[in-house]
Every structure is written in structure tokens, then in C-alpha cells.
Design a protein around this ligand. Structure first.
Ligand code: BG6
Ligand code: BG6
Ligand code: GLC
Ligand code: GLC
Length: 907
């Protein structure tokens, strides 16, 4: 007896676990992590192909741009009707979206009705299908008492691959899943829908948007989770979409911001990219489908095919005698007899085996307990392969997003929908686990779209509505900065009138101030000179040594603290003397009495080359007791007070003049000097006969002080002027120079934010802070080489936290403001060079302009726009711009040298 027991125990140990034979039989379907990584990399390559213009035509994975540029931000509102076609059910819905409320707070209300689509319509004519759709819509509107008179905005979820020339157009590329309708391929589905609605009659419907179900799902989930930037469907079909950087999407113009791309990953493998992973069962499923050779990946993954795969495997195993003792029933031979719902039931946690037995019995089979275990295991392998493949695809998408954003880790949410994901008991857990295992650095959250894709489609429609109206308002605000040729002509003629008036009398807005510089240098200058340079971004002390062939320069930069800029005059000049003392110390020249040129970049009334009374402070300086005083004397006194060194200040020079001189040293045609920096100014060599009061250097910054620029000045400029240290003064400068451009930008941003068009309408303390936008930020933000994310991070450094869309608007504002500045300077410059040309009685003038200033040198577009404008506004002048290499200090030293040599010759 004992022996019998032992033998049967021994045999029971020998008898094979039924799952083992299935494992062996289906080993090609059991994908290891390395294989998944391999598949993921292949998909990554396919994505690249589909995005690039060169390889797009041949790409299997279409990567379709959707024109959806932002995920919901909570401000969407309105009531919409929605149509949802292409999944397992056709539905008509009413979606109400209330402002500023998440669904949890009841922000979205939905009512829906499912309308069956008769089988013959799946493979009938397009017109018939759309008539059915529109009649269902009408039935729904009537049932819900939605007035036929009122216009109902409609969002259309259409879950097939479409190209979207716009948000409300969808050109069908091909049918898939269980549809093969004639006469729609290549056509616009929205047009078909509109025509059907017209045929049905008695409805007023405005089709605003057509979206893929993946996109709609991403939007649905994005309403409550702002991190949701991927939409995934594992239902009748399978597909995914994600937010791609616009600059990578060759098919869409523009490179700012993001756009949702519908990958249409179902077609992955259609070009053979998955050939080594395709099994005979996949080939059989494909051959029996409505679209053989197409949607390779989808046929390995989605609900439409999983049951069929299981049936084919079970049939084959039975035929080989590995199941049911080799018995095969007619039902088992029939396509569609095992469904994806059956697969889910067989894998149920407690009742799985019982369900398997029932399902098989229903197929007129007589399964043994081992058969049930084996068939259940077939299901598991087939559905596991599906979730593994989806994981591989998803890993590719997440990797791409992470690479796009230059991040190591990534926190992101994936919105998911589809019957497989929703009803298969193990599927979600398996999928999540594999994704997290393959991407350990990423924090991936999966959110089930609880209420289908229609909410998301309605949100797309709402966003479309909102963006159109926002865009209009932003464009209106920015159009205030647009200068057409007529306006530029006006600036030019006003500048010309200002110059003429300034040459004649004193009380003018453009102070044509004399510089007492009669000669440009001639190259014979020699010796060591000191140059002091106050009025730009920094104070500079410089030693210039003119030798026979070359000039040597040594300099040191000193900042001027705000409290000194705005303290007393004595403090300011004492500070300058201290800086000079430090510099001489540093150069070991404290005991030499050097001749010095003093670049003082503020309006001065000069009565000689080395005396000048400050007319008024500009550019944020307001030290007391200086205006009306001779600044050279003030500097001399400060040096005396310090009593540590001595200087022979021989020339007082404006920076424009210094710039002109230093450039003229290189190019004798340089007869104009221009500064586009903290301030804005210009000087030129005027004919002495025209100067009634011996004046030469222009102060063009003052143009407009007599209100002659009123038709250009915007409400934003008015704000900037009111809050400046010199209201009503330097109106031209306040439109054109670095000191003010940032402030103008800030005023525009403030206004747009107050009107809810930016930063979600949150006016922060940062935004209210004057001076946060320095010119350098403007230059950075407008750089062409900067991705939008970098713009966003610059804004974040400034304490302005916004979305990528906000960054686009900020960049546009900066562009509008700086462009206007460059155009104004161009028109002003045109007035000056044309005057010189006319004064000399020339048909054409060829002239060089020496330029300096941070705006000119560092801003990415200013110099180009300036040049273009001069070209258009002064067509008879050939103007060459020559950036000053060493600042105006070298020019000041040159002037000092010219003056010194003249004195020496006279003595
Ligand atoms: C639904 C969406 O929730 O999910 C459909 O509303 C979508 O638009 C569907 O197609 C995908 O799942 P299934 O299983 O119905 O194809
Ligand atoms: C410098 C000059 O190079 O340019 C200064 O030396 C001048 O004198 C300055 O004021 C203007 O530029 P910014 O941008 O510093 O105001
Ligand atoms: C198919 C369609 C695709 C859709 C998916 C899920 O793959 O081509 O557009 O998103 O099914 O429904
Ligand atoms: C301011 C000053 C002017 C100077 C210009 C550029 O406009 O008034 O003198 O040239 O800034 O720095």
C-alpha cells in the first residue's frame, strides 16, 4: 500500500505543470526586459522618423500634429455637445464645463447616450454613416430639450488616424479596427459631419474641434492633473499621444511652445520594424482582419485582437494534441468566438479557472482541470505581452519627453482609457510595474479617464474658443507697438524738424549741444592719457597709450551704487575720485599728472572743450546739486578734496562723441556717433555755417517732450514716464533705450495679466516690482537659440512663474517693444543722415556711424532692425554701422590727445 502511495506521489511530481508546456509553446511571446528596451529604442527611432520632414513620407508611425497646444488650465468654460465615434461605443453627450472648478468640485457635468451603429454601416458608405451620426445627434438634442435655434458648439472625438490642417479639420488617412467605410479616405471628416447635419436639418451646430481619443483622454485627465502630458488608449484599438516641442515637429511652422502629437503607434511595425517579434498567430490575425498588413502593433496589443490571438493559440495547441486530448470543436474554429472580455474573465483573480472552464465548455469543449490551467496561462501570456508592448512604447515616449526637456528624472502623468485597461483585472498593475522598472528615474502617475474622452474633447473646443479670444486681445495690445511706414515717416520728419529747430534756438526739445570737437583724429596722436567714463551701465577708468602703430588700453570697471547715483553731488564725485585713485594705484601712476578726457554721458551745455554744465540728469541718476553746475569743476574739486593724486582734465566728452571719435580713428568716414544702451543718443558732424549757437552734439532722447510723438506713445509708455525720475522728459529715449524697454515690457505684462490673458491672471508682487526686467533679460529672452523652456526658466529666475504659453506671450511682448525701439532709432538716424546728405548737396551719401551700448551690442535683433529701417527710410544713404570696440573712453582719450597736441603746438 505504501509503495502504491509512493509511486503515485513520485508520478505526481513527475507530471508536468501545465503552464510549462504553454511557456514553451509561446516562448516567442514572453518578452524579457532587454527585448522591451530594444523595442522601445526601435519605437523611439520611429518617432524621430515620423517627426522629420525628410523621413516622414516613408515613416510607418505617422506622428500626427494635432493643433492642440496646451493642456487645460482650469479656465475653460462653456456648454458643448460632443460626439464620440471609433471606440467600442458611439456616444452623443452634453458637457458643461464651469470656470475654475475641477471635476471633483462638480466643475464638469456630463450626460450621455449610446447609439448603436448597425453592423452594415461599419463597412458601408461614408454618407450613410454620417447621416446616422447626425440623426443620433438630433435625437439627443431633442431628448435633452436643447433648443434648435441656439448655436451649439460641438467637439468631435474621432478615433482614427487623421491629419489636421487645423483644429476643426481632420483628413482621414485610413480606417482601422472594425471600420472600413467607403468614400472618406483622404477627406475631411468635419466637412462630412457638417454636410450630414445640414441634410438632417433643424439643428444649429458649430463643429469647433475634431480630436483623436488619445488627445481627448489626455485633456480629460489634464483638467485635474496639470502634469498630464500623455494620453494612452488600450481599448478596441491602441494608441498614444504626448506633448512634443514644436521645434521638433517639421510639419508645423513655428518653433515656440509645444503641440500634442498623435503618434498613431498602432502602425508601429508596418514597415517590418518588429519582424523578429511577430509570431504565426499574429500573422493569422492580420490576414483575417479588415486591414491586412496594417496596424501591426495594434494587432498584438488591443482589445479587438487579444481574444482572437488566444483562440488561435488554443486551437493550434488542441490540434497538436497539447489540449483537450486533441479534440477541437467547430466553435473553437470560428473567428471571434473568444473575446477580449473572455480573456479578462479567464484571468480574474479568484474565479479565473472557473470562468475558463465555463468559456471552454461554451465552446463545446470538455476541458480537464489542467486544460483550464493551461488555457488560462495562454490568456496571461497574450495579455502580458500586450501590456509589455504598451510599456515599451510608453517608455519611448517618456524618454523622448525627458530628453526634450533635458531632464534626468521626470514627473509626469499619463491619462489612460479603453476597455482593456479598464476591465482586465491585472492589466494596469502589470503595465505600471514594467514602466516603472524600465524608467526608475521617472515618477510616472497613471490616471484613468473616468468619464471617457468627451470631456477632454469639449475642453479642446473650450481651449480653442478661449485661445482665439485671448490671441485677439494679445494681438490688439501688441499692435500698439507696430510702426508702419507712415508712422516711421512721421518719426523721421519730427526728428528732422527737431534737429533744425535745435540748431536755431535754445529752448528746444532736442538740445543740439556743442562739443567743441572740430577735428576727428588724424593718427598722429601719441602719449599716455587717462579716460574716465560715467553714464553707461558702469563707471570705467581707462589708461590709453597711443604709440606709432598701436594703441594700448588698460581699464577697470566700477559699479555705482544706487544710493550714490541718487545721493548728493559731492558724494557722487567723491566716489568717482576714489575709483580713479584706486585705478591709478593699480596702474602705479599715482604720482604722474596725466592728461584726462572725461566722458560724461548726460546732457551738458558746453562753453568750451573742458567745461560743461549739466542740463538735467537722465537714466536714473538724480544726485543733488549738480544740475546747472560745471561737472568738470565738480570732479576737479573732488580730486582736490581727496588730495592723493592730480589730473589734467583737458576734455569733457559725451559718449556719442567719444564713440564717434574712437571709430573715426579707424574709419575717417565715421561722422556720426550713436549710443543705444542704458540711454539713447546721437551726435554728428554738423556744418559750422548751420550752427547759430555753435552746437554740434544732438540730444535726440528729448524728442517728444513737446508731445510730438503722442500718436506713437502707448498707455504703457505713459505709465513708464510717470514713474520715472524725470517725468515728461526724454520721451524718445524712454521709447528706445535699455533703461526703459524692460519697464515697458513689465507694464504690458501687468496689463495682460490683469486682463486674465497671462499668468492665469495672478498679479504677483514680483510683477509689480519696477526694474525687474533689465535689458540683459530682454536680450536673453529674445535670443533665437533659446528653447522656450529656457525662456521659462529665465522668467522663473525673475520670480515670474508661468506656463510655456505664457513664455511665448512674454517673448512676443519683448519682441514688439524692442522692435519698435530699433525702428524708432532707425527712423531718427534716417533723418540725421538725410540731413547731412542734403546739406552737402549730394545725390547719394556714404557714411559710417560709430555705435555703442548694450542694446546695440547684446540684443539679438536690435542692430538688424535698426539697419533695415535706415535702409528703407533713407534710401539715398549707404550707412555702415561700426561697433565701437573700446567704448567711448578711447574716444575721450583721443580728444584729450588732440586738444593736448594742439595746445603744445600753440605754445
Ligand atoms: C472611451 C472613449 O472612453 O475610450 C472613446 O470615449 C475611445 O473615444 C475609447 O475610443 C477607447 O476604448 P474602447 O475600448 O471603447 O475602444
Ligand atoms: C560704453 C561707453 O561703451 O557704452 C559709455 O563707454 C556709454 O560711455 C555706454 O555710456 C553706453 O552703453 P550702456 O549700455 O552701458 O549704457
Ligand atoms: C486606432 C486608431 C487611433 C485610435 C486608437 C484607439 O489605433 O488609429 O486613432 O486612437 O485606435 O482608439
Ligand atoms: C542719455 C544722456 C546722453 C547720453 C545717452 C547715452 O540720453 O542724456 O547724454 O549720450 O544717454 O548714454
Amino acid at each position: 500500500m505504501l509503495a502504491v502511495h509512493l509511486i503515485s506521489f513520485f508520478f505526481s511530481k513527475l507530471k508536468e505543470d501545465p503552464t510549462k508546456k504553454v511557456d514553451r509553446f509561446l516562448h516567442a511571446m514572453r518578452l524579457q526586459d532587454e527585448q522591451l528596451v530594444d523595442i522601445s529604442n526601435r519605437f523611439l527611432a520611429e518617432m524621430k522618423k515620423g517627426l522629420s520632414a525628410e523621413s516622414l513620407a516613408a515613416a510607418a508611425v505617422k506622428m500626427l500634429p494635432t493643433h492642440v497646444r496646451s493642456t487645460p488650465d482650469g479656465s475653460e468654460k462653456g456648454q458643448f455637445v460632443a460626439l464620440d465615434l471609433g471606440g467600442s461605443k458611439f456616444k452623443v453627450l452634453r458637457v458643461k464645463v464651469r470656470e475654475d472648478e475641477g471635476i471633483n468640485k462638480g466643475g464638469v457635468e456630463m450626460e450621455e447616450k449610446t447609439y448603436p451603429i448597425p453592423k452594415e454601416l461599419h463597412e458601408g458608405r461614408a454618407v450613410e454613416l454620417f447621416d446616422h451620426v447626425s440623426e443620433s445627434l438630433k435625437d439627443f438634442l431633442l431628448e435633452k430639450n436643447m433648443s434648435p435655434e441656439k448655436k451649439h458648439p460641438l467637439a468631435f472625438t474621432f478615433s482614427f488616424p487623421c491629419e489636421h490642417p487645423g483644429l476643426d479639420q481632420g483628413l482621414l488617412l485610413s480606417w482601422c479596427k472594425n471600420y472600413k467605410v467607403r468614400g472618406l479616405q483622404g477627406k475631411d471628416v468635419v466637412q462630412f459631419l457638417r454636410q450630414a447635419i445640414d441634410r438632417t436639418g433643424d439643428m444649429d451646430v458649430d463643429v469647433l474641434a475634431v480630436v483623436n481619443d488619445t488627445v481627448a483622454t489626455m485633456m480629460t485627465c489634464g483638467f485635474d492633473d496639470q502634469c498630464c502630458e500623455v494620453g494612452l488608449i488600450i481599448g478596441t484599438g491602441t494608441n498614444a499621444c504626448y506633448m512634443e516641442e514644436l521645434r521638433h515637429i517639421d510639419m508645423v511652422q513655428g518653433d515656440e511652445g509645444r503641440m500634442c502629437v498623435n503618434t498613431e503607434w498602432g502602425a508601429f511595425g508596418d514597415d517590418g520594424a518588429l519582424h523578429d517579434f511577430i509570431t504565426d498567430f499574429d500573422r493569422d490575425v492580420d490576414a483575417a482582419s479588415l486591414n491586412p498588413g496594417k496596424q501591426t502593433f495594434e494587432k498584438m496589443v488591443s482589445g479587438m485582437y487579444l481574444g482572437e490571438l488566444v483562440r488561435l493559440v488554443v486551437l493550434k495547441m488542441a490540434k497538436l494534441g497539447l489540449l483537450f486530448d486533441g479534440h477541437v470543436s467547430d466553435a473553437l474554429r470560428t473567428k471571434g468566438k473568444i473575446t477580449t472580455a473572455d480573456v479578462a474573465a479567464m484571468e480574474e483573480y479568484r474565479n479565473g479557472l472557473k470562468n475558463t472552464k465555463e468559456i471552454l465548455t461554451h465552446l463545446h469543449l470538455t476541458p480537464s482541470p489542467d486544460d483550464c490551467v493551461a488555457v488560462q496561462h495562454v490568456s496571461t501570456i497574450v495579455s502580458f505581452r500586450s501590456s509589455n508592448l504598451v510599456a515599451a512604447g510608453l517608455v519611448a515616449i517618456l524618454t523622448r519627453i525627458r530628453q526634450n526637456r533635458n531632464l534626468r528624472g521626470l514627473r509626469i502623468t499619463v491619462g489612460v482609457d479603453g476597455t482593456v485597461y479598464k476591465t482586465h483585472p491585472q492589466y494596469p498593475k502589470r503595465l505600471h510595474k514594467v514602466v516603472r522598472r524600465l524608467l526608475p528615474d521617472c515618477h510616472v502617475r497613471f490616471v484613468l479617464s473616468e468619464c471617457g474622452s468627451s470631456k477632454g474633447a469639449a475642453l479642446v473646443a473650450a481651449v480653442a474658443q478661449r485661445l482665439t479670444s485671448q490671441r485677439r486681445k494679445v494681438d490688439e495690445a501688441l499692435s500698439l507697438f507696430t510702426l508702419n511706414e507712415e508712422k516711421l515717416q512721421l518719426v523721421k520728419s519730427r526728428m528732422r524738424e527737431g534737429l533744425e529747430a535745435g540748431l536755431k534756438s535754445k529752448g528746444c526739445t532736442i538740445k543740439m549741444l556743442p562739443s567743441f570737437v572740430y577735428h576727428t583724429p588724424d593718427g598722429t596722436e601719441r602719449g599716455k592719457y587717462l579716460a574716465l567714463d560715467l553714464g553707461g551701465t558702469n563707471f570705467r577708468a581707462m589708461l590709453v597709450r597711443f604709440k606709432r602703430q598701436k594703441t594700448r588700453l588698460y581699464h577697470k570697471i566700477y559699479t555705482i551704487p544706487l544710493e550714490i547715483m541718487q545721493g548728493t553731488g559731492e558724494e557722487l564725485f567723491d566716489h568717482l575720485a576714489q575709483c580713479v585713485c584706486d585705478f591709478l594705484d593699480y596702474m602705479g601712476l599715482k604720482n604722474v599728472r596725466l592728461p584726462a578726457g572725461f566722458t560724461f554721458s548726460f546732457p551738458c551745455q558746453q562753453s568750451d572743450i573742458d567745461t560743461g554744465t549739466l542740463v538735467s540728469w537722465t537714466k536714473g541718476f538724480k544726485a543733488t546739486d549738480c544740475e546747472g553746475e560745471d561737472v568738470v569743476s565738480m570732479l576737479r574739486e573732488a580730486i582736490k578734496r581727496r588730495n592723493e593724486f592730480d589730473l589734467d582734465i583737458v576734455a569733457l566728452v559725451n559718449d556719442t562723441v567719444g564713440t564717434m571719435m574712437s571709430c573715426a580713428y579707424e574709419d575717417p568716414k565715421c561722422e556720426v556717433g550713436m549710443i543705444a544702451g542704458t540711454g539713447s543718443n546721437l551726435c554728428y558732424m554738423e556744418e559750422l555755417r548751420n550752427i547759430e549757437k555753435l552746437e554740434q552734439s544732438n540730444k535726440w532722447g528729448g524728442l517728444g517732450n513737446d508731445r510730438c510723438l503722442e500718436d506713437i506713445i502707448t498707455l504703457y509708455d505713459v505709465e513708464v514716464d510717470i514713474h520715472s525720475v524725470n517725468p515728461g522728459k526724454q520721451r524718445f529715449e524712454k521709447l528706445t533705450s535699455g533703461m526703459y524697454l524692460g519697464e515697458i515690457v513689465r507694464q504690458v505684462l501687468l496689463d495682460l495679466t490683469r486682463r486674465g490673458l497671462l499668468f492665469k491672471g495672478h498679479v504677483t508682487e514680483t510683477l509689480k516690482t519696477p526694474g525687474i526686467f533689465e535689458t540683459k533679460y530682454l536680450s536673453q529672452i529674445e535670443s533665437d537659440h533659446l528653447a522656450l523652456l529656457q525662456v521659462r526658466s529665465i522668467l522663473q529666475q525673475l520670480g515670474l512663474h508661468g506656463t510655456c504659453d505664457d513664455s511665448i506671450i512674454v517673448k512676443e511682448v519683448c519682441g514688439a517693444v524692442s522692435r519698435r525701439a530699433a525702428q524708432m532709432c532707425g527712423a531718427g538716424m534716417a533723418a540725421v543722415v538725410d540731413k547731412i546728405r542734403e546739406d552737402r548737396g549730394l545725390e547719394r551719401l556714404s557714411i559710417t556711424v560709430g555705435v555703442d551700448g548694450a542694446l546695440y551690442k547684446l540684443h539679438p535683433h536690435f542692430s538688424q532692425v535698426l539697419k533695415e529701417t535706415v535702409g528703407v527710410m533713407a534710401p539715398q544713404c549707404d550707412v555702415t554701422f561700426m561697433p565701437s570696440e573700446e567704448g567711448s573712453g578711447k574716444g575721450a582719450a583721443l580728444i584729450a590727445a588732440v586738444v593736448r597736441q594742439k595746445h603744445q603746438m600753440q605754445n
